[in-house]
Design a protein around this ligand. Structure first.
Ligand SMILES: Nc1nc2c(c(=O)[nH]1)N[C@H]1C(S)=C(S)[C@@H](COP(=O)(O)O)O[C@H]1N2
Ligand SMILES: [Mo]
Length: 221
């Protein structure tokens, strides 16, 4: 999204020296000056990230309470705990991350679960066409077609650069699709809904961005 548009959302801007994360509220709320301690700690070494949230604060999901539900066009809906997700076979990749506003982080090391693995137990119905990723941060969501989601560089990430995701980056689980702009990368994912059409528009897509957010080949930059 353009910086003007994202200005409506809250973001954590990191200023060069040390733990100087400033938390900005939505338009009209002004500077909250609130730090997000462990988020800030894990962001500082990888400078360049900007933390985006559509809410007024960074969601902090409790790992013990966390559940991921897989439902919709599946044979049997499944709910996973975070421990369940960690017990599934994990995949790793190094890929770049690019926001549609222009900033780009190179060589992010992600570790998590591929969708082929994650969907095995629930079992997609033959009419499933897309996956909709729903954030605990309502109403943020986005979708991928099945071929997009099942690609070899796409995953539900649990770790970033060798550590569990920070709260700011979507703890405990976020979508990673490196060939599309960052808005596809839903953070704080708590539900994956198999859909029989790929007609749903994600949060930023309802605000004008392309559903197929290919970097360099969509209406982003
Ligand atoms: N739940 C949620 N997920 C989200 C967003 C958001 O505001 N809320 N912003 C998206 C956008 S536009 C980008 S560029 C990336 C930024 O990832 P980061 O906050 O870890 O830097 O998160 C994406 N996922
Ligand atoms: Mo973005």
């Amino acid at each position: 999204m353009h910086d003007r548009a994202i200005g409506r959302a809250a973001f954590l801007g990191l200023v060069g020296a040390g733990v100087a994360g400033l938390f900005y509220g939505r338009e009209g709320m002004g500077l909250l000056g609130r730090l997000v301690p462990d988020g800030v700690q894990s962001i500082v070494p990888t400078s360049g990230w900007r933390i985006y949230t559509i809410g007024a604060s960074i969601p902090r999901l409790d790992p013990a309470e966390y559940r991921l539900t897989i439902d919709g066009a599946v044979r049997s809906p499944v709910t996973y705990t975070l421990a369940d997700l960690r017990r599934l076979p994990q995949a790793e990749q190094v890929s770049d991350f690019q926001c549609v506003t222009g900033w780009r982080i190179q060589n992010v090391h992600w570790r998590g679960v591929r969708f082929r693995t994650l969907l095995e137990e629930a079992g997609l119905r033959s009419n499933a066409k897309a996956l909709r990723f729903v954030s605990a941060e309502v109403p943020y969501d986005d979708s991928l077609t099945l071929p997009q989601a099942l690609a070899g560089d796409v995953m539900l990430a649990l770790d970033m650069d060798g550590k569990p995701l920070s709260h700011a980056h979507g703890f405990p689980a976020r979508l990673v699709m490196p060939r599309m702009y960052g808005y596809k990368g839903v953070k704080w994912v708590t539900r994956i809904e198999a859909r029989t059409t790929h007609t749903d528009l994600g949060f930023w897509e309802q605000r004008g961005y392309d559903k197929d957010a290919w970097i360099g080949a969509s209406n982003g930059f």
